[in-house]
Ligand binder design. Structure first.
Ligand SMILES: NC(=O)c1ccc[n+]([C@@H]2O[C@H](COP(=O)([O-])OP(=O)(O)OC[C@H]3O[C@@H](n4cnc5c(N)ncnc54)[C@H](O)[C@@H]3O)[C@@H](O)[C@H]2O)c1
Ligand SMILES: CC(C)[C@H](C(=O)O)[C@@H](O)C(=O)O
Ligand SMILES: [Mg+2]
Length: 370
């Protein structure tokens, strides 16, 4: 197939990890006989420096015209002045909104060989396989906001606002995805305090009534944060509002062993999606060539699966990542403490994954995925 993929490397480690994911996609194209056309654009701080805006019109137009977008990360200390008029994160939020990407899928499935990397005991990690469906274009991120001075005192507020429609579509998607998995949805809210959460819970119940084959339970976000650590295997699909989902998924990433391992897919009504690792620009390690590229490479696999409907190709990447980990390759973030094994750079990890991809038996993977 022919597909146009826009690359938005962004800031910090973004360009380092996107470079590896692009090379992985190029190997997939060669092995499976596709033609992927890549165009690259600036976003975030890099775009502010070049154009004065976090996402220029031509970059957005290219994303709109593409089949899928692969993004690295935005942000960093150079653009973090609280008084700044323009911020890198506006580029990412604007892109999600402009493309209508209201659902963000964040799967977490710990790899057994990496159990040592997690601060949790291995028995707690047994059977963990969860998917967070995070609402992505509503809530505190997009509600009315004010920062002003009243009677000589500074004041600021953000608004957590949701409509019935915004909640229903993302909760419905969570139920549909649960049907393909273990058939359980946990809706996470703060219904003991927030009006928006009480509406969220009512809608979740109504959507649940239309999906009687899927089990629904509700949890309050504070105790859910605890249960993610004490009983992570009790979750199948989690659905939650934007900010809760942001926070809970960084926490859940630690079940996998590192933030650097976790991919995501942002989807709306059509096939076009935005794919990005859940981590940020990691200013503390940027430029050192040591970032873990796996979250971005697995995001590229999600791109193939969800936007291009290339299931066999997506699985081939996932097999290659699993084989690479099984062979002992480790970037610094997933190296066993005190391990004497040579630690792989970002580029070495990418190259090892591509080597395994080169050995995948294309026909066997295609048959298995059919
Ligand atoms: N999607 C995005 O673009 C995105 C996501 C989160 C944060 N951010 C931005 O990134 C900047 C830094 O935020 P932060 O430091 O709070 O979070 P971060 O995710 O950038 O980093 C948190 C910690 O995880 C480590 N880490 C992250 N990704 C890694 C990887 N691939 N390999 C190895 N280690 C990795 C970092 O070194 C750091 O110690 C901020 O400007 C923030 O707004 C962007
Ligand atoms: C950078 C920031 C706007 C973003 C978010 O909060 O959505 C990030 O933390 C994420 O998880 O993708
Ligand atoms: Mg986040």
């Amino acid at each position: 197939m022919n597909a146009t993929i826009v690359l938005l490397p962004g800031d910090g480690i973004g360009p380092e990890v996107v470079r590896e994911a692009r090379s992985v996609l190029e190997v997939v194209a060669r092995r499976f006989g596709h033609r992927f056309t890549f165009t690259e654009h600036l976003i975030g701080g890099a775009s502010i420096d070049a154009h004065g805006t976090a996402l220029a019109d031509d970059a957005l137009a290219a994303c709109r015209a593409s089949d899928a977008v692969l993004l690295g990360a935005v942000g960093g200390p150079a653009w973090s002045d609280p008084n700044a008029k323009v911020r890198p994160e506006q580029g990412l939020l604007g892109l999600r909104k402009a493309l209508g990407l209201w659902a963000n899928l964040r799967p977490v499935r710990p790899i057994p060989e990496l159990a040592d990397c997690s601060p949790l005991r291995p028995e707690r990690l047994a059977g963990v396989d969860l998917l967070v469906v995070r609402e992505l274009t509503g809530g505190l991120y997009f509600g009315p906001r004010v920062s002003d001075v009243v009677d000589g005192r500074r004041r600021a507020f953000d608004t957590l606002e949701y409509t019935e429609h915004e909640i229903a579509r993302v909760v419905t998607l969570a139920f549909e995805l649960a049907r393909e998995r273990q058939g359980r949805v946990t809706s996470i809210d703060k219904a003991n305090v927030l009006e928006s959460s009480r509406l969220w819970r009512q809608i979740a119940i109504e959507v649940g009534q239309r999906h009687p084959d899927v089990a629904l339970d509700h949890q309050l976000v504070d105790s859910a944060a605890m249960r993610l650590i004490t009983a992570p295997a009790s979750f199948d699909v989690i659905v939650t509002e934007n900010m809760f989902g942001d926070i809970l998924t960084d926490e859940a990433a630690i079940l996998a062993g590192s933030l650097g391992l976790c991919p995501s897919a942002s989807l709306g009504h059509g096939p076009r999606g935005l794919y990005e690792p859940i981590h940020g620009s990691a200013p503390d390690i940027a430029g050192k060539g040591i970032a873990n590229p796996i979250g971005t490479i697995l995001s590229a696999a999600m791109l193939l699966r969800h936007s291009l409907r290339l299931e066999a190709e997506a699985r081939a990447i996932e097999y290659a990542v699993a084989a690479t980990i099984a062979s002992g390759a480790r970037t610094a973030d997933i190296a066993a403490p005190g391990s004497k094994d040579a630690v792989a750079s970002t580029a070495e990890m990418g190259a090892r994954i591509r080597d395994y991809l080169g050995k995948v038996e294309v026909e066997a993977v295609e048959e298995e995925s059919a």
